[in-house]
Design a protein around this ligand. Sequence first.
Ligand SMILES: Cc1cc2nc3c(=O)[nH]c(=O)nc-3n(C[C@H](O)[C@H](O)[C@H](O)COP(=O)(O)OP(=O)(O)OC[C@H]3O[C@@H](n4cnc5c(N)ncnc54)[C@H](O)[C@@H]3O)c2cc1C
Length: 260
Amino acid sequence: MDFELSEQQAAFRDLMRDFARKSIRPVAREWELAGRYPEGIVEEMKAMGLFGMLVPEEYGGIAIDAVSYSVVFEEISKAWMGVAGILGSHSLATLMLAKFGTPEQRTRWLPDLATGKRRSGIALTEPQAGSDLQGIATVARREGDCYVVNGSKTWITNARHADPLPVLVKTDPEAQPRHRGITMLMIEQGTPGFTVGKDLDKLGYKGPESSEVFLSDCRVPVENVLGGESTSPGGRWAWRRPASTARLLMRASATRSAGP
Ligand SMILES: Cc1cc2nc3c(=O)[nH]c(=O)nc-3n(C[C@H](O)[C@H](O)[C@H](O)COP(=O)(O)OP(=O)(O)OC[C@H]3O[C@@H](n4cnc5c(N)ncnc54)[C@H](O)[C@@H]3O)c2cc1C
């Protein structure tokens, strides 16, 4: 097996390395300690097309391969892992939309997510459910052409900037096995009943906020279901599929932020 980067991947790595060296490394320590959100760096990442890494070209993305995707997280995390966090869950949300979104959802959200005009994250974890997501307690009950959502999420990175935010909910709390009744809903900022609570204190990985999210009688249109309700095969995979990509980016970020 050939583990060398291709010529194109090596050129891309050099570009990322240069960007991290010039734009991130000089401010990383100070801004990390201050917990400052790196607006200027975000603008540069927009111009480089990095918010569209996993968005198909037809929607304005750059659709890079898995190795190049890892290279982005390696090079940025070597300078400051917090900046990688801004791209991480955003890119997972775009991956879910590209793979499982309806044509209407893709057209509505992907072009702006690809440029970074809109950004995203992913809201799975709850105070009582992290590793074992079958235990989530956020419930979405169907009422006519809406779901009425009640519950809370925690540790949601990019929550203040995410619009739309994919939120994992139980549409059938009684379903057995428990993973069956789970569905992903795309919730837009400004939807009544959707609020971002406090930003949680962190020892590191500062820069992007990781926040509480509250849902109180939040009415979400049925057309915002991503990948179908989880009784269908598509619905189940809409939230499980990005997990392998998440592992890839977390490995690349963690390894490089820890060493040279
Ligand atoms: C900085 C930060 C950012 C985050 N950003 C997001 C985000 O954007 N979106 C989001 O949804 N979540 C986010 N999270 C939450 C994160 O996904 C959870 O912390 C994670 O899933 C673990 O859940 P938990 O903290 O409840 O720990 P637990 O699930 O309670 O696990 C605690 C420990 O027990 C171990 N453990 C759990 N189950 C088992 C088992 N069956 N067998 C053996 N060991 C086990 C775990 O490995 C861990 O070491 C973030 C967390 C942090 C700290």
